[in-house]
Every structure is written in C-alpha cells, then in structure tokens.
Design a protein around this ligand. Structure first.
Ligand SMILES: C[S@@+](CC[C@H](N)C(=O)[O-])C[C@H]1O[C@@H](n2cnc3c(N)ncnc32)[C@H](O)[C@@H]1O
Length: 594
C-alpha cells in the first residue's frame, strides 16, 4: 500500500508532471488545430503494481509524455542500465499519457482492398470483433487436417510426376547459366563468390528484365511443384513401408513358430535399422509417425495422404485425434476426397505406381458431375439423381453465362451504362463498389472486391454436390469455411427471358429490360443451392467490366455445412411445394403460408 506521505508526494508529482507533459505534448502537436475541426483532448491513466519506496524519480517513458514513479537512477554499467530501464518501465506505479489519434486512414485502406463496400441493407458485412462475443472454439486437429486436404485439392497444388524430371533439367540449366552468361534461359542469381565473374558481382545483369522475371517465375513454380510431389511421394512410401514391415513381421512369425511376436518385431526392426543406418530409437520415432500416415491412408485412402497439408506430420506425431471415432469420421471422406482428386488432378494416381498400386482413375468428368453422400457411401453420377424427374436430364458445367441469342440477339442485357459522368470520366471499367479499375489481366486489375472470381484466376471452388437426407434431392456443401462477405461463386447459366413455371433467377441491369438466368441445362454449382428460411449466404449484384453479375456471397459459413440462400417470398408465393429447411423460423412449411 502507498502511505499518506507517499500519496501526497505522488499527488504533487502527478499534477506537476501532467502540466509539464501536457504543455510539452501540446507544443509538439501544435498542428492539431490545423487538422481537426473540433479537437478533443483525451487522457488515459493507469495504475500498475510497483515498489512503494516513495522515491519520486519521475521519468519519461520514451513512447509518450508519461510520468512514472520509479526507483532512483543507478550507476550500473551501460548494458545493465538498459535492462534496468526496461524494468523501471514495467514497475511504474502510475502513468498518464495522451491517447494517440486512431489511424483511420490505414484502417480504411485495408478494408477497401479486402471486401466490397455495399449498402448496409443488403450486404453481409464481416463480423465485428467484439470483446463480449463468445469465442468460437478452435477446430480439432482432425478438422484442420481435413480442411487442409480440401484446400490443397482445390488450391494450386499440381502433382505431376513429370515435374520431377523437369526440375532436374531446369536446375541443371540454371546452374549452367550461373556460370555462363548469354544464351538460353536467363540465370536467376549470381553468388557473391561467382567463380567466373569474381567477388563483388553478385547481381545477374538480366535481373529485373521481364523475360528473366517470367523465367524465374516458371522455374520457381516448377521446383515448388516438384518439391510438393516429392513430399507426397515421401509420405505414401513411408506409409507403404509400415505395411511392408508388418507383413515381414507376420512372415517371421509364420516361419518361426517358436519366436514370440515381440521377438519377431524386434528382429524386423533391427534388420531395418541396419539397412536405414539409423539407431533403433531414431527408427522407432520415425515409425510412430509413419504408422500414423498408414492409419490415415487406411481410413481416408491414398488421396488423403497425397493431398495432406502441413498438418499431417503434426497430427500423426501428437496423435491428439487418433481414436476409433475419428478414424470412422475420416473414412466418410474417403470417396469424397477421391472424387475431388480424380476430377481436379487426373494424374495424381500415377504416384501410387511407386507403392505398387494400380493407378486407375475412378471418377472422371467434372467435380460436380458426382453427387456425394455425407455418410461416406459411394458417390453417384449427377444425372442419375434427376432421372425420375426428367428422363432426358443433362447438365453442362460452365464458368461463364451464355446469352440466349434467340432472346437477346447477342446483346447482353446485363450491360449497364456507367452510373455517372464523373465515373465514366474515371473510366468505364471503374468498379462501382471500390472505385478501382477492373481488368481481366491481373497485372492491370486493381479491384479486389471478389478476388476469387474476378481479376485473376478463378480457382475451383471447394464445394461438393451432396445428397440431402430430407427429400430436397441434392444440395451444396461447403468443404472449407467461407468468412462473412467472401464470394463463393457467380450464379451462371443461360441469360434469357420469358421462362415460366421453372426455377430461374430474375434480374435487371436497367429497369425496363428484365432478364432471367436459367440453370436448367447449363450452369455451375450455384444451381444446387437450396432455400433456407435462415440462410447462410445470399445473392448480390456486382458489376464487372460493365456487366451485371449475380454473386453468391457468404454470411459466414463453417466447413462441412450446407450452403443455403433465401429464395424470397416471390419464389414460394403460389408454389405447390413446402419448405423443408427445418428451421424453427421456417415461413413456408405450413398451410398458413402466404
Ligand atoms: C435450384 S434447385 C436447388 C437444388 C435442388 N435441390 C436439386 O436437387 O436440384 C431448387 C429446387 O430445390 C428444391 N428445394 C430447394 N430448397 C428447398 C426447401 N427448402 N424445401 C423444399 N425443397 C427445396 C425445390 O424442389 C426447388 O425447386
């Protein structure tokens, strides 16, 4: 506790220091009245634990005008004094400081590049981080592992065994060009001890030129892909080795009936140690992890191992989620992972030739040509799930809408004129949401409202068409989480008009020219999004290069949940169907519906 004397001392010290520090701070910040219309002075105060010697050695903390009650200065050597200064700051008894101006400019800049700025009434904004919000528990190691697999399959991983050979060739080419300058591919870097050019000439003369940069990009991509392929090969070979080890132990046991199983294992292990040239401890440690790889393979198949992310080693080393229930859960993903791997990476199975498996592709076509089952049953072809409704069912998957020429004479009804003279002066391809310029060329594009859809590559979306268990036929499931405000996909199909009594998206770029987007025969995965009275996504207009698009935007979706939207009142009105969303707030499940 602080004694009355000390309190008095502290009081006068505080007042004096406040005046001194305020004067100093206000002098330094004299520019305030030029920048602010109505400047307000804010002062923060805090009291911390500290010693109560009563010594009024007020010192200024370097990062703000502050008064601190601290021990008197000492005479220790420099380095120790520095430590002491840190200690002094930590042990401060009381302090006051001017509150820094919030950096609004910086915050705005970050926001505008990440998310579209949309009118409050219809855009799912990012969730606010509030202190009183109940924290979402971290997903389990197994969930993280599964998410990692989906991200790799739908991300930039390319598993081409051929890339290993290419890597060797490219590395050799680069090595040659590190020594000889001129013809062939440009070299990447020069070492400071370059034997040809001598020390001091560390930079490649060609560095910075576009050809060199482009070649460097390709080289880096190929080496990264080759390394990724090597990593996949490593884990499948190690999982396979554990199978070989177990088989050898069985062989020893069968051929040596007098040997106990433990002795057989030991014999096999010692033989392996000799060949690996590792100690028993080293091999045992490695084997424990490799056995984890084998268990993952047994449950979720080779594809889960091949496309595993960085979490695989951790999962297998610490085995936090290795129990029967988890492995059963994992096995429900086996076929689903295969569908995605086979359709998006048709040559991945070639890697399995290394472990004696027949690399035959099981699922062909488009990833959404298959309907998967959450319980892990075998996926079925998409058309088979519509035969009973439409014997002639067919569906063409496409990434861009097509214009029905009979309805629109190839004049895209989604075109909208620039909204104002000011914007048109800024450029016809200026984004209406972020005011940045839009281009399909990533080098020229500056609009990052929906970067996964517009202005760069459009990677495959991590979603699967799944069989609903409750009579809604198929639905769309998110394989990874989509944060609030993130684009899931564009609603694409046939841009037409005049369709009646079929599910269509009604829209209008200019009020007198309504159009419809019909997904009955062609479109993308958004065709499988069901209605919910408590949806986790919604459709949103977005103008890209002067053409109105309809974007499916997340309102916050967890991995593994069904993606739903609200079809709206006008869809259900007069329709001879009941809503099966199952939500407590369901508006269209009874006879009393409008
Ligand atoms: C755009 S499709 C959605 C995908 C559809 N479930 C399928 O298998 O093709 C719309 C149709 O799905 C069904 N549907 C979607 N949401 C539903 C819901 N909440 N309750 C009942 N049926 C629904 C209706 O048959 C509707 O006509």
């Amino acid at each position: 506790m602080v004694s009355p004397d000390n309190t008095n001392c502290l009081g006068s010290s505080v007042s004096r220091a406040i005046l001194e520090q305020l004067t100093e701070a206000l002098q330094r910040a004299s520019c305030i009245d030029h920048q602010l219309a109505r400047p307000v002075l804010r002062i923060e105060a805090f009291i911390q634990d500290g010693d109560d010697t009563g010594d009024d050695g007020g010192r200024i903390i370097p990062n703000g005008p502050t008064i601190v009650h601290s021990p008197s200065p000492n005479t220790t050597p420099e380095p120790e004094r520095e430590c002491d200064a840190v200690l002094t700051r930590r042990r401060s008894l009381a302090a006051l400081r001017l509150r820094p101006q919030p950096s609004t400019v910086l915050d705005d800049a970050i926001d505008s590049h990440r998310r579209m700025q949309i009118a409050e009434h219809n855009f799912p904004k990012r969730a606010k981080t509030q202190a009183d919000v109940v924290p979402i528990p971290d997903s389990s190691s197994l969930d993280k592992f599964i998410t990692g697999v989906w991200e790799n399959i739908h991300g930039g991983v390319h598993l081409e065994p051929q890339s290993l050979v290419e890597q060797l060739q490219l590395t050799a080419a680069a090595a040659v060009h590190t020594l000889t300058e001129g013809d062939g591919p440009p070299s990447l870097t020069r070492s400071a001890n370059d034997p040809v050019r001598g020390p001091g000439r560390s930079q490649n003369a060609a560095a910075g030129n576009p050809d060199s940069f482009s070649w460097s990009n390709v080289f880096c991509r190929k080496v990264t892909q080759a390394s990724r392929t090597c990593r996949s090969i490593e884990v499948i070979v190690q999982a396979h080795w554990v199978e070989q080890f177990d088989a050898y132990v069985d062989f020893l046991a069968a051929t040596n009936p007098n040997m106990s199983l433990t002795k057989c294992r030991k014999a096999a292990l010692m033989g392996a140690c000799r060949d690996f040239e590792w100690s028993e401890k080293e091999l045992r440690n490695k084997m424990a992890v490799w056995r984890g790889y084998k268990q993952i393979k047994d449950a979720a198949g080779w594809a889960a191992l091949v496309f595993a992310g960085m979490g695989l080693y951790r999962l297998c080393k610490y085995r936090t989620d290795f129990n029967t229930k988890s492995m059963e859960r994992l096995s429900a993903f086996r076929r689903r992972i295969e569908v995605a791997a086979d359709t998006l990476h048709p040559s991945w199975r070639q890697l399995l030739a290394l472990v004696g498996e027949i690399p035959e592709r099981r699922f062909t076509g488009h990833p959404h040509d298959w309907v998967v089952f959450p319980d892990g049953s075998d996926p079925v072809p998409l058309h088979s799930t519509y035969i009973k409704y439409d014997p002639c069912f067919s569906f063409q998957h496409m990434d861009e809408s097509t214009i029905d020429s009979r309805a629109w004479d190839n004049n895209d009804p989604r075109w909208i004129p620039p909204p104002s003279a000011a914007l048109s002066l800024a450029g016809a391809n200026t984004c209406r949401a972020c005011a940045q310029s839009q281009s399909d060329d990533p080098k020229l594009n500056s609009c990052f409202c929906f970067p996964s859809l517009f202005g760069g590559l459009r990677p495959p979306c991590p979603v699967q068409v799944f069989r609903t268990p409750d009579g809604r036929n198929n639905g769309l499931q998110a394989l990874v989480g989509f944060e609030r405000g993130a684009a899931i996909g564009e609603f694409v199909g046939l841009v037409t008009r005049g369709i009646e009594d079929l599910d269509v998206m009604e829209s209008a770029a200019v009020s007198h020219r309504p159009y419809q987007i019909w997904q009955g025969r062609q479109g993308n995965f958004t065709r499988f999004v069901n209605h919910s009275c408590k949806p986790n996504a919604q459709y949103q207009h977005f103008v890209w290069l002067g053409i109105q698009r309809v974007v499916l935007v997340s309102k916050g979706i967890d991995a593994g949940t069904e993606i739903t939207v609200d079809y709206s009142e006008s869809y259900w009105r007069g329709l001879d169907k009941r809503c099966l969303c199952g939500e407590g707030c369901c508006r269209y499940n009874g006879d009393d519906r409008p």
